[in-house]
Every structure is written in structure tokens, then in C-alpha cells.
Design a protein around this ligand. Structure first.
Ligand SMILES: Nc1ncnc2c1ncn2[C@@H]1O[C@H](COP(=O)(O)OP(=O)(O)OP(=O)(O)O)[C@@H](O)[C@H]1O
Length: 231
């Protein structure tokens, strides 16, 4: 589970400040996808960066299961992120020289020390996840040999490698056509159910929202919960 409790984040803006996230609270439970939507500049990516423990908010708390991430020292926050949070960025930032399989396998090196797998178990986990995202027979391809949708699938599989409790996905369809975009959303929904992650999914594409479990809309950093019928 991930819970944001009255989170506010500001950035300096010349002599003034811009409030990117303004007293936002939300809870995402295991095996559910919570959509974060809103116009450009409304604070979606900032909110995700706070949830990812990449930026510490000015005030408020981020609870991952029962751990208050905002109370941790930086190195403890890094450990929590590696252990419990999977992050899928907008653009698949895959390493050009690695095969799909090895993109996943290297995550074991970054994984939490006490849960690090043997080489054989790492290979099995990578194969399982590539199967789960429909790329079992593309395991030896490098990024330039994959389509945009396939690269995004590798990206999602990689985020799940260390069995995170929380999955954060930022506009995964922005570089894809409608059909491939819809398939990626299907995949995020399916894997969230199967892996029981608490998933936050940033999207500005209203068409996907009715399929999500809950939707939070941001306007100027302020949030409201919207219901499928209101979209
Ligand atoms: N590093 C930063 N420094 C200063 N201001 C920032 C920074 N990052 C974001 N902002 C500002 O915070 C506000 C929210 O930005 P954010 O990127 O979170 O919006 P968004 O909803 O993700 O936008 P988009 O849909 O265009 O990606 C904007 O006013 C933006 O200009």
C-alpha cells in the first residue's frame, strides 16, 4: 500500500515559489490501479516523484506499507525505493547494449542485499517476467531491435523485477499509438492484479480512466477524486 498524507511540494521560481503539489492525500491499495490525471503542469509528475521518494515534500507524509518515507535518511529512502518501489518512466530508459533479459537481470545487482537472488534464480525471474509481458521469445533482443511498445513492456517487466509493493507508472503510453497504448494499460492492470502491487498510473488520456480502480484529478496541484461516471 502507498499513502500520501497531506503532501505539499513547492519549487523555487525566481523570487517566488510555485506550488506543484498542494495538500494532496491519496491511498492506493494492493492489486489496484489509481489513475492520476490533470492538465499539463498540474503536478502529476511532481506527485509521482514524491511518491517514488525521489523528492522530499515540503510537508506531509508518504507511507509505503507502514514505513514513513519522509522520515528516513536519504540512504534509507534509497533502500526503501530499491526494495519496495518499481518505477516506469515515460521513455523506456533501457541500456542500449543489453538484451531484454539482461536489462531485467541487472536489477538484481541493484536489489536489496538481503533479498538478492542467485544467478540462476535471477535468470528464471527475468524469463518469467518477459513471458508475463508477452516477450518470452524476444529475450535476446537489444532495445534497437524492439518496437516502442515492446521497449515499454521491457521497462514494465524491469520495474517488477525486485517484487515491489508499489508500482509507479508515468505516462507509459505517451510515445505509443492508440492500440499499443491500450495494450500497455491492459498489461499494467493485469500485472497489478497478479503481482498485487499498489499502482499509481499517471495519464492525461481520459479514455483509459474508466478502467482504473480510482482516479485522482489534479488542477494546479490540488486534487479531487473523480468517478468513472463523471469522466
Ligand atoms: N524542477 C522544477 N523546478 C521548478 N518548477 C518545477 C519543477 N518541476 C516542475 N515544476 C513546476 O511544477 C508544476 C507542476 O509540474 P509537473 O511536471 O509536476 O506537471 P505535470 O502535470 O506532470 O505536467 P505534464 O503533463 O506537462 O508533464 C509546474 O508549474 C512546473 O512548471
Amino acid at each position: 500500500m502507498i499513502r500520501l498524507d497531506d503532501v505539499t511540494l513547492t519549487f523555487p521560481d525566481g523570487d517566488a515559489q510555485v506550488t506543484a503539489v498542494d495538500h494532496v492525500s491519496l491511498t492506493a491499495r494492493p492489486a489496484t490501479v489509481t489513475g492520476i490525471t490533470g492538465p499539463s503542469g498540474s503536478g502529476k509528475s511532481s506527485l509521482l516523484a514524491v511518491a517514488a521518494t525521489l523528492i522530499r515534500p515540503d510537508s506531509g507524509r508518504v507511507l509505503v506499507d507502514d514505513v514513513d518515507a519522509t522520515a528516513l535518511r536519504p540512504e534509507e529512502a534509497t533502500a526503501l525505493r530499491r526494495e519496495s518501489i518499481g518505477i516506469v518512466f515515460q521513455q523506456p530508459n533501457l541500456l542500449p547494449s543489453l538484451t531484454a533479459h539482461d536489462q531485467l537481470a541487472v536489477m538484481n545487482e541493484l536489489g536489496p542485499g538481503r533479498r538478492r537472488r542467485t544467478r540462476a534464480a535471477t535468470g528464471r525471474r527475468a524469463d518469467e517476467l518477459l513471458d508475463a509481458v508477452g516477450l518470452g521469445d524476444h529475450r535476446d533482443r537489444r532495445p534497437h531491435q524492439l518496437s516502442g511498445g515492446q521497449r515499454q513492456r521491457v521497462n514494465i517487466a524491469r520495474a517488477l523485477m525486485n517484487e515491489p509493493r508499489v508500482l509507479l507508472v508515468d505516462e507509459p503510453t505517451s510515445a505509443l499509438d492508440q492500440e499499443n497504448g491500450a495494450r500497455i494499460i491492459d498489461l499494467v492492470l493485469e500485472l497489478t492484479g497478479r503481482m498485487e502491487t499498489a499502482t499509481l498510473l499517471v495519464t492525461h488520456d481520459l479514455g483509459y480512466l474508466p478502467r482504473l480502480h480510482e482516479v485522482v484529478r489534479l488542477v494546479d496541484g490540488r486534487s479531487s477524486v473523480v468517478h468513472a461516471g463523471d469522466l
